[in-house]
Write a protein that binds this ligand. Structure first.
Ligand code: CO
Length: 134
């Protein structure tokens, strides 16, 4: 059911420091910071030949990654995103197995303008999983 790895998202406290690390130390191609107020984050996209890494810095008072950074002071992997061909069919199939879909269960428009859903980390080996319509 799941297809390509779309991205790995890493929560960071300081986007400038993390960007310099990926650009200068690791030699990756990185985007300009992109504020996404509707998602409570500012994102830098790290473009790799086979996938992307997204560096996420909290934006605003109720950012969804603030708590994560309180628990992970150095930052860390926040979620991984897999592509699916049919996000509603994927959701229904997962729910039928007892997996928990976060929020209302209705896909939201994600950072790339495509419908996304998040799955409860306790149901997926401790990893927050994002599904994105391919
Ligand atoms: Co994501």
């Amino acid at each position: 059911m799941i297809g390509r790895l779309n991205h790995v998202a890493i929560a960071v406290k300081d986007l400038a420091v993390a960007t310099a690390l990926y650009r200068d130390t690791l030699g990756a191609r990185v985007s300009q910071p992109l504020p996404q107020p509707e998602h409570g984050v500012t994102v830098v996209f790290v473009e790799l030949p086979n996938t992307k890494v997204e560096l996420l810095e909290p934006l605003g008072a109720d950012s969804p990654i603030t708590k994560f950074l309180e628990r992970n002071a150095d930052g860390g992997i926040h979620h991984i995103c897999y592509e699916v061909d049919d996000i509603l069919a994927a959701r229904d199939r997962l729910r039928a197995t007892g997996a928990r879909v976060l929020g209302t269960g209705e896909p939201r428009i994600g950072a790339h303008g495509k419908p996304v859903l998040f799955l409860h980390p306790k149901d997926f080996t401790g990893t927050l999983v994002e599904l994105e319509q391919a």
